[in-house]
Design a protein around this ligand. Structure first.
Ligand code: FES
Ligand SMILES: [Fe+2]
Length: 364
């Protein structure tokens, strides 16, 4: 056997992308135990601003207490479990629609009808159950694991780059969402996002008129991955942009389902993949710009991305999912080269190893 053959790493077996039991285990072992993107801080600017989001089947309330503090709670009343609020809004008092138990922005119970007539009842014994919440330069994340490592410790390189590539992130405003329900398991979508072996074939516009593929690199860190590329010059570009100093493309993926990107021209957008079931994943790409009034080139960039790279990936991940359901498929090799070049699938291997570790799976 040649030396090369002994080092080939095989992709995860297909059943891990198609089995509903595996998916249920993932909700506990992965989505309930990792930092999950909740929103941009723009949604929670004023004290009392709140937003409900769903993470791993749990409804959560995020609410701003004061200038510095955003709190997060399970959206479950401490009385008899009714859901307190939905959607978004602004209030200093979260009042349950069932029997009007009322909580403040710290989740403390502050009013209970008929409490004075119930012996043994102490209002201080009950509150909303909090969950971990952190702000990272304008991005708000939650974690259902009370013992989770703080984000700044877990992904310090990303935290620094976010400031470098999107210095104004906390002040930017939402301008557009590009979204789709992908007909693919969430890992298929993430693995596709993590490699550029396919870029020149699937994303011809991106490779020929946005990025300088010769400069493309993919760096793998413990719980994150960074893609960096220069861009095409002058009239080769698919869209013109003003700030020539912001000519890089940078993309950060955080385990398991969040990414930040800045396209040449310096326009930030965040990606979050929400698994809907074992074979369907909602993908949202939210763009944040300095002004809600888009310049022509900004609108062109969003249009270009939606009509090319985003759509092309949507089609290819659905194709992969269909193949994973075929009895013919057996785990293929990941094409990892020694130089970790732009064509190498080392980042796919890293994601699959994170997944095995989280799930306690050893398929070798
Ligand atoms: S369940 Fe909320 S007040 Fe009764
Ligand atoms: Fe792609």
């Amino acid at each position: 056997m040649s030396r090369q053959q002994t080092t080939v790493i095989k992709a995860l077996p297909a059943r891990f992308y198609t089995d509903p039991e595996v998916y249920r285990h993932e909700l506990d072992a992965i989505f309930s135990a990792t930092w999950q993107y909740a929103c941009h801080v723009e949604k929670l600017r004023r004290p009392g601003d709140y937003l409900v989001c769903e993470i791993a089947g749990e409804s959560l309330i995020l609410i701003r207490e004061d200038a510095d503090t955003i709190n997060a709670f399970y959206n479950v009343c401490a009385h008899r479990a009714a859901r307190l609020v939905s959607g978004e809004g602004c209030t200093r008092r979260l009042s349950c629609p069932y029997h009007a138990w009322t909580y403040n922005t710290r989740g403390e119970l502050i009013a209970v009808p008929n409490a004075q007539n119930v012996s043994g009842f102490d209002i201080g014994d009950y509150r909303l159950r909090p969950c971990r919440v952190e702000q990272l330069h304008g991005l708000v994340f939650v974690n259902l694991d009370d013992a989770a490592t703080p984000m700044a410790e877990q992904v310090p390189e990303f935290a620094r780059d976010l400031v470098t590539y999107a210095a104004e992130m906390p002040q930017l405003t939402f301008v557009h969402r590009t979204e789709a329900v992908l007909e693919a398991n969430w890992k298929v979508a993430l693995e596709n996002f993590s490699e550029c072996y396919h870029c020149e074939l699937i994303h011809k516009k991106l490779a020929n008129s946005v990025l300088d593929m010769n400069s493309y690199s993919i760096k793998v860190l413990e719980c994150s991955q960074k893609h960096l590329s220069g861009s095409k010059a002058g009239d080769e570009r698919a869209y013109a942009f003003e700030d020539q100093a912001a000519s890089d493309f940078v993309s950060w993926w955080l385990w398991p389902n969040f990414a930040f990107q800045s396209y040449p021209g310096g326009r930030a957008h965040v990606w979050y993949w929400t698994p809907l079931d074992v074979e369907h994943t909602h993908l949202a790409v939210d763009w944040y710009f300095p002004s809600a009034e888009m310049a022509d080139w900004e609108a062109e960039l969003i249009h270009h991305h939606a009509q090319t790279t985003f759509r092309e990936d949507q089609e290819i991940v659905a194709s992969v999912q269909r193949g994973l359901n075929s009895r013919a498929y057996q785990s293929g090799p990941l094409m990892i080269d020694a130089a970790r070049s732009q064509y190498s699938e080392h980042a796919v291997a890293a994601i699959q190893q994170l997944w095995r570790d989280a799930m306690g799976v050893d398929d070798d």
